[in-house]
Design a binder for this molecule. Structure first.
Ligand SMILES: O=C(CO)[C@H](O)[C@H](O)COP(=O)(O)O
Length: 228
């Protein structure tokens, strides 16, 4: 699993803190990334101890990890509600996020937005005053040049995400490409989110605006929790 950001201990504290919110009978959205992985492993230990939950994975990677951890799985088609979603972020400013470092943001946004309570888990390296991390944009492969041009018109500098162990671009779990789009400081997250969503060929972008309910930031000796 891809690892970014700060210390693994801080990520573990954040993940375990969020997993502690899960109660018997809940349906849980299972995020993607190294911090969410700590929450999934902690949840697996609670399942071992007798907790009855069902997980909705947000990626191939989180599905595999949840299976290995012994968490019973379900899908959005089979549940009426997701009680809580626990997911990481590449950057957090107040309650707005940039996500998609693992190219899973399209499914993550569906699950995180549907959840009654969306809990973000992060380490201190992710926290900023203003979002400035490049925004991942998942797009239909045929639309690469037209989406890149539209991102440029919107003031962004797009870079096609290249795979590390394969020649050519990253291909998402949905069979699409990702453009990492540099916008500098993003002062109006709502406007940029709307602009990116309106581009034909964009499947989903990694700006998560107005979705997070709670942020758990693991520190050297504990967890800072912020609630809306
Ligand atoms: O959005 C994501 C995957 O698409 C991840 O949650 C994000 O990249 C953070 O990952 P990590 O916890 O490994 O730093």
């Amino acid at each position: 699993m891809k690892t970014t950001g700060g210390s693994d201990d801080a990520k573990r504290r954040a993940g375990e803190s969020a997993a502690g919110l899960v109660l018997d009978g809940m349906v849980v959205g299972l995020g993607t990334g190294s911090t969410a992985a700590h929450a999934i492993r902690a949840l697996g230990r609670k399942v071992d101890a007798g907790l009855d939950v069902r997980g909705v994975p947000t990626s191939f990677a989180s599905r595999q990890l949840a299976r290995d951890a012994g968490i019973p799985l379900t899908t959005l088609d089979e549940v009426d509600a997701v009680d809580i979603a626990i997911d990481g972020a590449d950057q957090v400013a107040e309650f707005d996020l940039v996500k998609g470092g693992g190219a899973a943001h399209a499914r993550e946004k569906v699950v995180d937005a549907f959840a009654d309570r969306f809990v973000v888990v992060a380490d201190p390296s992710k926290v900023a005053e203003t979002l400035s991390h490049p925004v991942p944009v998942e797009l239909l492969p045929d639309a690469r040049s037209t989406v890149a041009a539209a991102v440029g018109d919107a003031g962004g500098a797009p870079t096609l995400r290249e795979a590390e162990c394969k020649d050519g671009p990253v291909v998402t779990d949905n069979g699409n490409f990702v453009l990492d789009c540099e916008f500098g400081d993003i002062t109006d997250t709502t406007a940029l989110s709307r602009t990116l969503s309106s581009i034909p060929g964009v499947v989903e972008h990694g700006l998560f605006v107005g979705l997070a309910d709670e942020i758990h930031v693991g520190t050297d000796d504990g967890v800072d929790v912020r609630t809306r």
